[in-house]
Write a protein that binds this ligand. Structure first.
Ligand code: NAD
Length: 298
């Protein structure tokens, strides 16, 4: 069993189960979150509490962050009482948050200036993947740092790929989020059409899932639409953040993302309706509203 001291900052839907899996794999954890109750929960499972990100970094040479967006990663790592205030040369910061690639590059440069190694390592697989330690982890950074921390990442994921230098993990994650958003929207359209035509959406789901339209998105999100269960999971506001980062990155690169832009408009409309904390499968609600039916309805 591996052993070692690891710091974990950001104990939300994803961070909590990931921290638990590290403890199960034999690592000793020191943890911090801006929300005290999130710390208490993981301390109940055997982690040591810290009162700031700097305190985590002073206690452990390997620090993982799992916070919502670029501003949060920058606050946790570069900000007052942040990781770089407590870290020593030779430490490593692994930011597993899904943030803008440019922000990962900014954080990497600040880490390097202090002799601290850095990996951006966002994940896909959602809360179920975090719980079962089967996340897909997309990594950006230097190969020697990646190789040295592969075992640690394997305690949280089952597919771990070095995609390129700093920011490449998050560029890959944006590509992932574009595909997921468009696929959820298409599943919503398809099941709404089937429902309005008088078919049983569950029969349609079972009929198509083994064919070319089958996908992990269909398998995970189709049943939620059919049940009308939009408990997160992955919150709409987080997908809004990811598509925003995709559109900003595309603008910088001179790339058009027409379908991504359209789904982002649907997401904005859902947020204005108060559905920001629903699961992103609720993108289907936009299509249901236009059709005047619900996929789950009688
Ligand atoms: P969450 O909102 O449930 O958790 C984030 C946690 O970070 C919260 O507990 C919050 O208090 C804490 N936090 C915020 N700023 C902080 C700071 N400066 N210092 C310390 N703690 C801070 O979000 P989540 O669903 O766990 O997602 C985390 C990241 O993982 C996001 O970037 C998200 O896009 C990504 N992600 C989420 C999923 C999913 O299904 N939930 C799947 C893949 C990737």
């Amino acid at each position: 069993m591996p052993s070692g001291e690891v710091g974990f900052i950001g104990l939300g839907i994803m961070g909590r189960p990931m921290a638990r899996n590290l403890m199960k794999a034999g690592y000793s954890l020191t943890v911090y979150d801006v929300v005290g109750s999130a710390i208490e929960e993981v301390v109940g499972d055997g982690a040591k509490p810290a009162s700031s990100a700097a305190e985590v970094a002073a206690a452990t040479p390997t620090i993982i962050t799992m916070v919502p967006d670029s501003a949060d990663s920058e606050a946790a790592i570069l900000g007052d009482n942040g990781v770089l205030e407590g870290a020593s040369a030779g430490s490593v910061v692994i930011d597993m948050s899904s943030i803008a690639p440019a922000s990962s590059q900014k954080i990497a440069a600040a880490c390097e200036a202090q002799g601290v190694a850095f990996l951006d390592a966002p994940v896909s697989g959602g809360e179920p993947g975090a719980i079962s330690a089967t996340l897909a982890i997309m990594v950006g950074g230097k190969k020697d740092v990646f190789d040295a921390h592969l075992g640690l990442l394997e305690a949280m994921g089952s597919s771990i790929v070095l995609c390129g230098d700093y920011g490449a993990g998050n560029t890959t994650k944006l590509a992932n989020q574009i595909m997921v958003a468009a696929n959820i929207e298409a599943v919503g359209e398809a099941l709404t059409l089937a429902k309005k035509a008088g078919l049983d959406p569950n029969v349609v789901f079972n009929a198509v899932k083994g064919g070319l339209a089958g996908s992990n998105v269909l398998n995970a999100k189709g049943p939620m639409m059919i049940e009308g269960d939009f408990n997160p999971g992955f919150r709409i506001v987080l997908h809004h953040k990811d598509l925003n980062n995709a559109l900003l990155t595309a603008k910088e690169l001179g790339v058009g993302l027409p379908v991504t832009s359209l789904v982002q408009q649907m997401i904005v409309s859902l947020m204005n309706e108060g559905k920001g904390n629903a699961d992103h499968s609720a993108i289907a609600n936009f299509i249901e509203d236009m059709a005047g039916v619900t996929i789950s309805g009688d």
